[in-house]
Structure formats: C-alpha cells, structure tokens
Design a protein around this ligand. Sequence first.
Ligand code: ATP
Ligand code: MG
Length: 174
Amino acid sequence: MQIKRLRLSGFKSFVDPAELRIEPGLTGIVGPNGCGKSNLLEALRWTMGENSAKSMRGAGMEDVIFAGTATRPQRDFAEVSILAEQAGDEELEVVRRIERGAGSAYRINGRDVRAKDVALLFADSATGAHSPALVSQGRIGAIIMAKPGERRAMLEEAAGISGLHVRRKDAEQK
Ligand code: ATP
Ligand code: MG
C-alpha cells in the first residue's frame, strides 16, 4: 500500500483545508519549529486509528481539533483523509472525523465503517498507527528504553504479522 495524499481540515494547527501530496522520493519535511511537521505525522497516525490522546500530545482526543488563536475561533470538528493506492492500482480513501461532543467516525471510500475495519485495513500493511515506519519525535529514545514485550511488538509490526493478533482477538470474541 502506498499513501499518496493527505488532506486535513481543522486538525490541530491545520485549521484551513490543506493537502499534502506524497510523491515517490519524498524523504522529509522541513520547516521552522512549531510549523506543524509533527502534526502532519500525527494526522496520519490518527486517521489510521490511533486512539491514545497522549501520543497525540493531548489530554483528550478532542484536543486534535483546532483550538483557536487570538484571531480565530476554535473549530467544531477535525477531518483527515488519507488517499492510498493498493496493489493492483485500487484507490482507497480513508477518512476520520471527530466532532466536539460526538466522538470519531470513519469512512472508507465514502462508506461509514467501524474503527475496527480501519485497524484491520492498516494492520496488514507496513503502515498502521503504530508502524515503526512512522518515527515520531522522541521515539528513538523510547525504542532504546523499551521493555522486551514492547520491543517484541515493534518487531512483529515490522515483520508484518501484527494483523494476526487483531484477527485472533476478533475471532476469540465471536
Ligand atoms: P518542531 O520543529 O519544534 O518539532 P513541528 O513543526 O513538529 O515543530 P508541531 O509540533 O507539529 O510543530 O506543531 C506545533 C504547533 O501546533 C504549535 O504551534 C501548537 O500550538 C499547534 N497546535 C497543536 N494542537 C493544536 C490545536 N488543537 N489547535 C491549534 N493549534 C494547535
Ligand atoms: Mg516536531
């Protein structure tokens, strides 16, 4: 799976609709402190199902919604879309939206889906909210300090077998 485009609206500092095309060869995003580089990475992980507010550097999940500045009022929702291409040229648009007081909702190609469907979709690829391909600020130190179990989870994710755990949990509940 290849992620081709990221669209944000009302997500953290990206109050106005913004679009990032991820072309082959893109290796980094540079910019001054506080311009939103980490927010972009968080938008990716959030849309892929990240549910830890702490890892989004917030106290609650609604903290991802634009909180307002001295000159602009806060927003009532945040929405991020990931456009991805799967093997065989099939395009896939995954959207996550959060509204104040109403929680999160997900869509895949315009259809309402469960959080679990999005988790399964990304769990089988090397992407995913906890993919080691997404190295957030401070993560290198965290990997060095990780407990053996946590390090195993990273290796499983890297080996592409963590989708099996999600499926097993799912099967055990049935
Ligand atoms: P650095 O180079 O220091 O790592 P960065 O480019 O990674 O900086 P980010 O951490 O992505 O910057 O962006 C931080 C900015 O996002 C801050 O100005 C912060 O106020 C803003 N921000 C974060 N959450 C929100 C929110 N909910 N509403 C408005 N602005 C927000
Ligand atoms: Mg940063």
